[in-house]
Design a binder for this molecule. Sequence first.
Ligand SMILES: Nc1ncnc2c1ncn2[C@@H]1O[C@H](COP(=O)(O)OP(=O)(O)OP(=O)(O)O)[C@@H](O)[C@H]1O
Length: 355
Amino acid sequence: MEITNLTRRFGGRTVVEDVSLSVMPGQVTCLLGPSGCGKSTTLRLIAGVDTPDAGSISVDGRTVCDDTSRVPPESRSIGLMFQDFALFPHLDVARNVAFGLSGPKAEIRARVRAMLDRVGMGRYEKAFPHELSGGEQQRVALARALAPKPRVMLMDEPFSGLDDRLRDGIRDETLDLLKEEGAAVLLVTHEPAEAMRMADEIALMRDGRIVQRGAPYNIYNAPHDLEAAAFFSDVNVVKGTVRGALTETPFGAFLAPGLADGTEVDIVFRPQHVRIDFDRAGRGPNPTPEQGNAARGVVTRARFMGAESLVEFRMDFDGSVLKAQVPSVFLPRPGMPLWLMVRRDRCFVFPSGVH
Ligand SMILES: Nc1ncnc2c1ncn2[C@@H]1O[C@H](COP(=O)(O)OP(=O)(O)OP(=O)(O)O)[C@@H](O)[C@H]1O
């Protein structure tokens, strides 16, 4: 599926702006972003239940929507699985799955049976939706969406109604089935963990625009800006000023290539990339090339989180608060002075206040 420069305005407000995306067969792309950024509107435009002000959409090389033509939703070869796109309550499971299918009766019956077996719901053909659990209903909804062999599958927060333990299993099963069927999948979510688990590619959306696209690993490890970094985890920010393409901080100097002298920058790093070390009569560990200088802070809070501890420090150098996520064998007491070092290859330098 190919989307080019899709734009949608409501009143004077642009809700989707110049969105371009392509999704290949067997690939899952996650449209990820905070509530209200325009994800669902984008999906509705692709599905054909809303019309863009500009832009085009094509499926399998066939234009289904542009300035001059518009194929109706049911002829776009697009499957839908929306959070509020419930099963038909008055139809049993088999009829729900058969709903979008046409052709000889025997073929429809065989396809329904194959899809239900595939999602582990073969025994529930005659059951009605209200007799099923949330997870079971979700499986039937997936079978129904995939039964007509859509070339594209659109999913809007499809797992949000399920409890945590059930969700992980159903996500994995769904992913396996989607890959097997070879549909191009566009999945909307506001949860970074879900996007990282499901996506081959993440398109990060903000204020109607796609701000960054890439594999989950790349988006997480090379975010476009502070906001993109902070969307995936807590982050620490240390302020600095550029002098000669470098910025000096209590953690050592950081490269700031391409930034003019005097530019204010944020040095950004995640709590899991902070190392802590003991205070030895007011002295810390020696600097290393990998971790730079150590800076001293005093523990203000420490929480045991199972495998890790989350420790907050008030830093001696400016009184700011930094967070470290460390193995839970460390659970320091508040008031304890400790030294912090930062994995330099996991730090990002961004001009302050620029998006
Ligand atoms: N038909 C409409 N008329 C006017 N404004 C609309 C319409 N549909 C959506 N909007 C507005 O467009 C913005 C984006 O909505 P959208 O549902 O696409 O966001 P979203 O990223 O999917 O959010 P969420 O994750 O909360 O569903 C919102 O501010 C919403 O109020």
